[in-house]
Design a protein around this ligand. Structure first.
Ligand SMILES: Nc1ncnc2c1ncn2[C@@H]1O[C@H](COP(=O)(O)OP(=O)(O)O)[C@@H](O)[C@H]1O
Ligand SMILES: [Mg+2]
Length: 237
């Protein structure tokens, strides 16, 4: 297997049980993503974006087919092994930020490093760096309730990147943000992709996000209908 493969999906089907029957949310999906891709799953609400992202993140399991992420065949792994892969190598960004309200910005961003048993000195260094990266150094001791939506999402980005994961999954990250904040967080993520070759998969129907992508995977009714590579000038040379 090529070592720069980040995601490899073959003949994926996902069915959900619904009232004694099944609803098929993903219908024979095939997808390959290489290291460093800045890609998005784009499609209308209900097209299967979140379901596909959750399966890639090991948060949900396929009904049929084969899914391999960062060299690990998810079909044959235990719950614990998938959790370890997520903790070490993935970052998650959600529409709703998912910050812990009683923790400060620093403490929220520190969590993945605590889970990865990084020592205190190293944690302080990396958390400070990640917060600086997203431009929130002046809010490092604030609690989420004292932040704007854009600042909350920047905290969530810092938390997603602090352990320098290979893959970041972002589900509708700009859904609760205004245009200015949306552009701001997308620029931060483009910077990360350029600097660290972090791979990204967004799920979105936001045109503002689409303008930043280098690959747009169109989903409709649980199927990939188009897969576009984009020569995006935002990435320069
Ligand atoms: N746990 C579930 N049980 C039943 N149906 C589900 C479940 N999760 C998602 N679905 C259905 O699968 C389809 C795709 O959902 P989703 O992946 O959330 O779409 P999107 O993120 O593109 O809006 C929708 O019709 C949704 O209702
Ligand atoms: Mg969704």
């Amino acid at each position: 297997m090529e070592n720069n493969s980040v995601v490899k999906i073959d003949n994926l089907v996902k069915r959900f049980p619904v009232g004694g029957d099944f609803f098929t949310a993903l219908k024979n999906v095939n997808l390959n993503l290489a290291k460093g891709e800045f890609s998005g799953l784009v499609g209308p609400s209900g097209s299967g974006k979140t379901t596909l992202l959750n399966i890639i993140g090991g948060l949900d399991s396929p009904s049929e087919g084969h899914v391999s992420v960062l060299g690990m065949a998810l079909n044959n792994t235990s719950h614990g092994e998938r959790a370890r892969l997520r903790r070490k190598s993935m970052g998650f960004i959600f529409q709703s930020y998912n910050l812990l309200p009683v923790y400060s910005v620093f403490e929220n961003v520190e969590l993945p490093l605590i889970l990865n048993k990084v020592n205190r000195t190293e944690r302080k260094k990396r958390v400070t760096q990640a917060i600086e990266w997203v431009g929130l150094s002046d809010k490092i001791d604030s609690r989420p309730a004292q932040l704007s939506g854009g600042e909350c999402q920047r905290t969530a980005i810092a938390r997603a990147i602090v352990h320098q994961p290979e893959l970041i999954l972002a589900d509708e990250p700009t859904a609760n943000l205004d245009a200015e904040n949306s552009h701001h967080i997308m620029k931060i993520m483009v910077g990360l992709n350029k600097e660290l070759s972090t791979s990204f998969i967004f799920a979105t129907h936001d045109e503002k996000i689409m303008a930043y992508l280098r690959r747009i995977i169109h989903l409709d009714d649980g199927q990939i209908t188009e897969d576009e590579q984009i020569d995006n000038p935002k990435f320069g040379q």
